[in-house]
Design a protein around this ligand. Structure first.
Ligand SMILES: Nc1nc2c(c(=O)[nH]1)N[C@H]1C(S)=C(S)[C@@H](COP(=O)(O)O)O[C@H]1N2
Ligand SMILES: [Mo]
Length: 322
C-alpha cells in the first residue's frame, strides 16, 4: 500500500507542493463518498458562485484602524532572514474554508463578510465578554512584530504582524484556577466558504493551546499584516499567530475563544493524527511522512534554510516542554 505521497525534490516549484490534505481526501473518497452526494455538493457550489470582489480594491479603514496603523514595531523580535514580499504572502495562502489551492483564497476569501464581526470569549472565566475588532484596537496593547512562520508543508515566510499578545486578552477575562486550555473556533458559513461543503471534514476549523502556551509572550493575535488590517485571505479580521508551532495551529478568522479544563479535539489533529500532532512544535528531528522537516523553502524565493527547533524561538518556549 503506497498511497502516501513521497516528498518531492527540494527544487520543486511552489505550486507543485502537495497540500496538507491530499492523503485524507483519497482515503475518505474511497471510504464514503457517493456520486450523488458529490453531485449535490457540486451543484451548491455552482449556484452560489458569485463574482468575487477584486483583492486589490483598497479597504476603507475604520477610525480606530486609522489611528492604529502603522503600529509601533516591538524591536525585541528580530528576523534572521529577509522579509517575505507582501504580495507573495498575500497570494499563497492556506485557508481550506475557501480552497485547497494556495492561489485561490486571495480571490475566494473576498466573499467573506468581516464587518460586523464578533469574538465571543467565555468558558472558565470570571468576566466572559464579546468583543468586536474595534474593541481590540481600543483595549489591547497593539504593536507590530516581525516573526518567522513555518508551515508543516515545509515552506516558510517572515512577515510583520500587527496585533496584541493573547495574554492581554486572557488577563482581561480572568480565567478561573481550574482552567488548563483554550480552544478557538473559526466561522462556519458553508455557502460563503465552499470548502466547508466538504462534509467529511470536522468543520468549523478549531485549534487549541495549553493555557501556558496561550499566555506565552510570543503568542500573538494578529489584526493586521504589513502595516494594514489583515487582507481576508490572511484570516481577517483577527487570527492567531504562534511562531514556534507549525502554521496550522495559527487559526484564522476567529469567532470564539473558550477557556476550558481539558485538551479539546482540533481540526488537523482529528483529520490525520499521525501527521498533525496536537502540540505541533516546529522540530527538524521529528520526521513527517510527506514533507522533509529538516529544511524549509522561503516562499517567493529559491532560498532553502535549515529548520530550527521551535522555529528558532527556543529561548522563549523550550522551558514549556521540559
Ligand atoms: N480557519 C483556518 N485557519 C487556518 C488555516 C485554514 O485552512 N483555516 N490554515 C492554516 C495553515 S495550514 C497555515 S500554514 C496558515 C497559513 O496562513 P497564511 O495564509 O496567512 O500564510 O493558516 C492556518 N490557519
Ligand atoms: Mo500549514
Amino acid at each position: 500500500m503506497s498511497n502516501i505521497i513521497l516528498p518531492k525534490s527540494w527544487n520543486m516549484a511552489e505550486n507543485e507542493a502537495t497540500p496538507e490534505s491530499v492523503y485524507m481526501d483519497r482515503r475518505s473518497f474511497i471510504k464514503g463518498t457517493s456520486l450523488v452526494t458529490l453531485a449535490t455538493a457540486a451543484s451548491f457550489y455552482g449556484c452560489s458562485m458569485s463574482p468575487t470582489p477584486d483583492p486589490d480594491t483598497p479597504i476603507e479603514l475604520t477610525a480606530n484602524e486609522k489611528r492604529s496603523y502603522p503600529a509601533k514595531r516591538n524591536k525585541k523580535y528580530k528576523l534572521n532572514r529577509r522579509m517575505t514580499e507582501e504580495r507573495v504572502a498575500a497570494s499563497s495562502n492556506n485557508f481550506f474554508e475557501f480552497s485547497e489551492i494556495k492561489s485561490d483564497p486571495r480571490y475566494l476569501a473576498q466573499r467573506m463578510e468581516t464587518s460586523p464581526w464578533e469574538v465571543e470569549v467565555n468558558g472558565l472565566v470570571n468576566k466572559p465578554r464579546t468583543f468586536n475588532p474595534d474593541d481590540f484596537y481600543k483595549l489591547m496593547p497593539v504593536e507590530e512584530r516581525l516573526y518567522r512562520f513555518r508551515c508543516v508543508e515545509a515552506w516558510a515566510m517572515a512577515v510583520p504582524w500587527t496585533g496584541f499578545p493573547l495574554k492581554a486578552l486572557i488577563d482581561l477575562v480572568e480565567p478561573k484556577p481550574s482552567a488548563t486550555h483554550i480552544a478557538m473556533t473559526t466561522f462556519y458559513k458553508p455557502f460563503t466558504a465552499q470548502g466547508q461543503l466538504a462534509f467529511w471534514r470536522p468543520w468549523p476549523y478549531t485549534e487549541a493551546l495549553t493555557l501556558e502556551e496561550a499566555a506565552n509572550e510570543l503568542t500573538f493575535m494578529a489584526l493586521g499584516i504589513y502595516g494594514r488590517p489583515l487582507p481576508k485571505q490572511h484570516g481577517a479580521p483577527v487570527r492567531l499567530v504562534i511562531p514556534w508551532k507549525y502554521g496550522f495551529k495559527s487559526i484564522k478568522s476567529i469567532v470564539k475563544i473558550e477557556v476550558i479544563d481539558y485538551q479539546p479535539p482540533t481540526f488537523w489533529n482529528t483529520v490525520l493524527p499521525m501527521e498533525y500532532s496536537f502540540e505541533a512544535n516546529v522540530d527538524p528531528d521529528v520526521p513527517h511522512p510527506r514533507w522533509p522537516q529538516t529544511r524549509e523553502k522561503m516562499i517567493g524565493t529559491n532560498a532553502v534554510r535549515a529548520t530550527q527547533p521551535y522555529n528558532g524561538y527556543g529561548e522563549y518556549v523550550a522551558h514549556l516542554y521540559t
